[in-house]
Design a protein around this ligand. Structure first.
Ligand SMILES: NC(=O)c1ccc[n+]([C@@H]2O[C@H](COP(=O)([O-])OP(=O)(O)OC[C@H]3O[C@@H](n4cnc5c(N)ncnc54)[C@H](O)[C@@H]3O)[C@@H](O)[C@H]2O)c1
Length: 345
């Protein structure tokens, strides 16, 4: 970093390999960072405008989302995550999502880094899920049976963040429309040395009824789970993919989100409930409200956490990675990236 706040910083590119090295084994630290960022966002020390969805008439299942954000506090960085979701990639053997994160200097606005960001995005999503699982299970029996509904890369990251922050399960259920995905995830769980019993279920109902903690990470565009009775054992549900559950299920549950304005957009299940009822009475509050003790979570209802995914989380993790790469001495600077720096030449 430069000592003159108004000089131009060098521009660096940080690869996925560097990102992964910087984040490896850091689950506890990253969950703490995500908690601090939610608290900072809750206190208003951030700017996080609505995400912008670029969609294509000729490729209706695909999208690219822009998440601009600014964080204050001691992090003090602005930036943008630009993340593509092309679900058909999976059949072609490459991940659905790809992304870059741009970090901008707080004082000059100059971009100073471009980071591979599919790993950062999956990491902040999984850390947020692990944080929510921890806080939301405090008033109820800690779940010993987990069910993964939709088992791609995000489900894998969520499992590794739960394991990395001290969770273990007696039973792990797996359900996916694709037998290949279910088998791949089972293989991952076995390789990860999971002690619990792993069961691949052939029905959504069996998975949900046999899990106290259910993780939705599908790519469903509209609700496909509609039976309220499947949730009568009051599970904790991490509704990461946001569009799986029919409004009646949310209406029979306690609902916590990451950010109310963000989550009630883009036809998420909470947004559908708002459209159906014309109000937001079904929301208990945000995860920050729970962490700050402003709301109390009842134990006698299903509890659903629907996180829209905030750009401030990507920024916080991205800046953490940048700082680690700088301290390791491995920063790859692109010489002369900014070249027209004298006003009159
Ligand atoms: N809320 C957030 O902050 C956040 C952040 C990142 C990703 N996500 C979401 O997480 C989801 C999963 O992402 P990924 O990268 O793991 O995707 P992926 O394509 O790697 O995996 C998705 C899996 O879901 C399965 N699936 C699709 N529809 C299903 C259904 N109806 N029932 C059961 N299984 C089904 C697919 O077969 C696939 O195996 C996406 O919807 C993504 O948008 C949310």
């Amino acid at each position: 970093m430069t000592s003159d706040p108004h000089s131009v910083r060098s521009f660096a590119v940080i690869s996925g390999a560097q990102v992964q090295r910087a984040l490896q084994g850091q689950e506890k630290e990253i969950v703490e960072l995500i908690e601090a960022t939610y608290r900072l966002h809750g206190a208003g020390d951030s700017v996080n405008p609505p995400s912008y969805f670029l969609r294509f008439p000729d490729r209706p299942s695909s999208r690219i989302i822009a998440l601009p954000a600014s964080i204050g506090g001691h992090v003090r960085v602005d930036g943008l995550k630009w993340i593509s979701s092309f679900p058909e990639n999976v059949a072609a053997g490459i991940p659905r999502a790809s992304a870059v994160l741009i970090l901008n200097d707080h004082d000059t606005g100059y971009p100073f880094a471009c980071l591979e960001s599919s790993i950062i995005s999956a990491t902040r999503t999984a850390a947020s899920a692990a944080l929510a699982a921890d806080w939301l299970s405090r008033g109820r029996q800690r779940p010993g049976r987990i069910g993964f509904f939709g088992v791609g890369l995000i489900a894998r990251y969520i499992h590794s963040f739960l394991a990395g922050t001290g969770w273990s399960f007696d039973e792990l259920g797996v359900y996916d429309l694709s037998a290949d995905s279910a088998a791949g995830f089972r293989g991952y769980l076995e390789q990860a040395g999971t002690a619990g019993q792993v069961t691949v279920h052939d029905s959504a109902e069996k998975l949900i009824r046999s899990s106290d903690l259910v993780v939705f990470a599908t790519v469903a565009g509209e609700p496909h789970v509609t039976e309220v009775s499947w949730f009568e054992h009051n599970p904790l549900v991490l509704h990461i993919s946001l569009r799986d559950l029919a409004p009646e299920i949310l209406l029979a549950s306690t609902n916590v989100v990451d950010d109310i304005e963000h989550c009630l957009k883009a036809n998420t299940s909470p947004h559908l409930v708002e459209q159906l009822t014309g109000n937001r009475d079904f929301l208990l509050g945000t995860l920050d409200d729970v962490m700050a003790g402003r709301v109390t979570v009842p134990a006698d209802q299903p509890l659903i956490f629907s996180p829209f995914g905030l750009g401030v989380l990507d920024l916080a993790v991205g800046k953490n990675v940048y700082d680690k790469v700088v301290s390791s001495g491995d920063l790859h600077v692109i010489d002369d990236f900014f070249h027209e720096l004298r006003r009159y030449g």
